[in-house]
Design a protein around this ligand. Sequence first.
Ligand SMILES: Nc1ncnc2c1ncn2[C@@H]1O[C@H](COP(=O)(O)OP(=O)(O)OP(=O)(O)O)[C@@H](O)[C@H]1O
Length: 262
Amino acid sequence: MTVELETCGLGLVLGGRPVLQDLSLRIGRGWTAIVGPNGAGKSSLLRALAGLLPAASGQVLCDGRPIASWPGRDRAQRIAWLAQAGPAGELGGDLDVAETVALGRIARRGLAGARNTAELAEDRAAIARAMALTECTAWATRPLQALSGGERQRVLLARVLATEAPMLLLDEPTTHLDAPHQVALARLFRRLAPDHGVVTVLHDLPIALHADRVLLLQRGRLVADAAPTDPALHRALEQVFDQAVRVGATANGAQVSLALDD
Ligand SMILES: Nc1ncnc2c1ncn2[C@@H]1O[C@H](COP(=O)(O)OP(=O)(O)OP(=O)(O)O)[C@@H](O)[C@H]1O
């Protein structure tokens, strides 16, 4: 199954203020990175794509139908959403790691869960696969609350992967991850990209520039939608980030450096 999300002239208003304005784009298969300054509207766009925020104007379509018209279970089987990492205390009470990952299967099947032994085997295999992909198998019986920030982030990613949804909307998935696990995650997104939509909000530009496509938001507007190799994107990034970064083309794509010198 593949899923296509589309925003048509999307506008969002939060707390009486416009947060997104007149945003039109289509997202299907491939890895799309959403970047931009704090408050640009990245998380709000992701939540709107997930059907979690109502449009003030325009609309969000999932496979051509308004996102709000999809029954919850059908939508959950198509789209999985990872929230921005919050304090540990906000997360599921006393659940252990395997139970937390298994919540991804409840999102897919509903509370009744597997209806027969074949579905139960599917659930177990999906949970094991997701935990292996994020390298958290060894912690299966540890309480989620007892993990470090980076370990917890990997478990929450595993929960999203366990849904086996074809469209993954991930808000700052690299938060708390060390460099090797950031790289592992970028490789995973590349591996998933041929038959999934993987949409990641990222502050980490070096990682974002390994996506297939980069969306640059500024003050609620889309200012660039381009391949990471596009020099116009590099110029737009330097401008939007107020010359605090320098972006240049390399043989393999693009390179980002921080402009620390005066
Ligand atoms: N519930 C809310 N009520 C009022 N304003 C909100 C609400 N949520 C977000 N905003 C505002 O909407 C704007 C966009 O927020 P959003 O979280 O989408 O930005 P972002 O690009 O993801 O930022 P960051 O990089 O800091 O995570 C911000 O100005 C924010 O203050």
